[in-house]
Design a protein around this ligand. Structure first.
Ligand code: KG4
Ligand code: ZN
Length: 339
């Protein structure tokens, strides 16, 4: 089964054709990051306008790269939640138009489920159940993935998402938006142990995260140094920050793995590209006898192939949307779409 998938939840306009949830026939991503960079973050209205301008070309290229025409695909899939509402609506409406014109089934996909499915594209043998860490710009979750369309959130952030914390810390250190990747490169040049950063615990849950205190600690270190006219080693501060975030994410995930007796660990979302997190997880999984699955770097960030992958399993589970499909800014990953 070949699914044409569309993703427009944030600042990437993307389309892809995916076969049977596992094989990418084409994947096109138009990133708006250069434009948003000058404002230090995504400007929602600009994002919606650029999606509107680019979506036709992106979808056309996805079809032609797969040597297909619209009538050759078996279904249309689209990210309907969560994300910037104006941005989501562009993809949702475009997908509805295609589904209606070509008389194809329309499959609504939750963005976070898509991030998890990036691993099905990377690892053909991977199947649920498994324990999954999702760390993106908007979400930090520990999720028990019981089946392809059955999820249970067992840990979440109480404040900032991991990617958000990376971006805010990076901004304080002088890096452009989105700073996670720049902070990662700096951390690889630095060494840990120069700066003392807190590892906040959350009352009442071993699995929940809190990153805002850590972010504030970085801001204080930078501002205090500035006031005293002292130099900061950006590389060392980046290494300490990245190492601390990696320790927190890894520590909570491995605790959950112990408690849930999980031997298969999966990581998803933009922050799964982080070199410090990847190596901390590799070490921890080896020590605890767990199999670790990471998405390939090209599939860590937002793309439509991951939506096409998850859409296949949603289709098999009977998920369909009608012409009344709407975008939803926020909805938990464990809530199934209701027509
Ligand atoms: O999953 P994603 O592409 O978009 C959302 O759904 O939010 O995640 C984007 C986030 C940004 O905060 C970005 O800075 C972060 O992922 N990110 C990284 C790295 N690459 C992307 N954070 C740390 N290290 C990286 N190498
Ligand atoms: Zn995302």
């Amino acid at each position: 089964m070949r699914i044409l998938a569309i993703e427009s939840s944030c600042d990437e306009t993307a389309a892809s054709v995916v076969e049977d949830g596992r094989v990418i026939l084409s994947s096109v991503i138009h990133s708006q990051v250069a434009e948003h960079q000058q404002y230090g973050g995504v400007v929602p209205e600009i994002a919606s306008r650029r999606h509107t301008e680019n979506i036709c070309d992106v979808v056309e290229k996805a079809l032609s790269d797969a040597s297909m025409k619209l009538e050759d695909v078996d279904a249309i899939a689209v990210t309907y939640a969560p994300g910037l509402i104006g941005a989501l609506l562009v993809g949702v409406n475009y997908a509805k138009g295609l589904a209606m014109a070509a008389n194809k089934p329309l499959i609504p996909v939750h963005h976070i489920r898509g991030h998890i499915a990036a691993n099905y594209l990377t690892h053909p043998e991977l199947k649920p159940p498994f324990l999954c860490l999702v760390a993106s710009g908007g979400h930090s979750h520990i999720i028990w993935v019981e089946d392809y369309t059955k999820f249970k959130v067992i840990g979440r952030t109480r404040d900032d998402a991991a990617g958000e914390a990376f971006d805010k810390a990076a901004r304080t250190m002088g890096f452009p938006y989105p700073g996670g990747i720049y902070l990662d490169s700096a951390a690889q040049q630095g060494k840990r142990g120069t700066y003392t950063l807190p590892k906040p615990k959350v009352n009442g849950s071993d699995y929940d995260f809190s990153f805002s205190g850590l972010k504030t600690a970085v801001i204080n270190i930078v501002h205090n140094a500035k006031q005293k006219g002292q130099e900061i080693s950006v590389n060392d501060l980046a290494a300490d920050f990245q190492g601390t975030v990696a320790d927190i994410l890894t520590g909570h995930l491995m605790q959950a793995a112990k408690d849930y007796n999980a031997k298969t660990i999966v990581v998803a979302g933009g922050v799964s590209a982080n070199s410090g997190l990847r190596s901390a997880l590799e070490k921890a999984c080896k020590k605890q006898g767990c199999e670790l699955y990471l998405p390939k770097l090209s599939l860590c960030g937002d793309n439509a192939a991951m939506i096409g992958s998850q859409a296949y399993y949603e289709y098999l589970a009977g998920t369909r949307a009608g012409m009344d499909l709407n975008g939803v800014a926020s909805i938990p990953v464990d809530v199934n779409y209701q027509n």
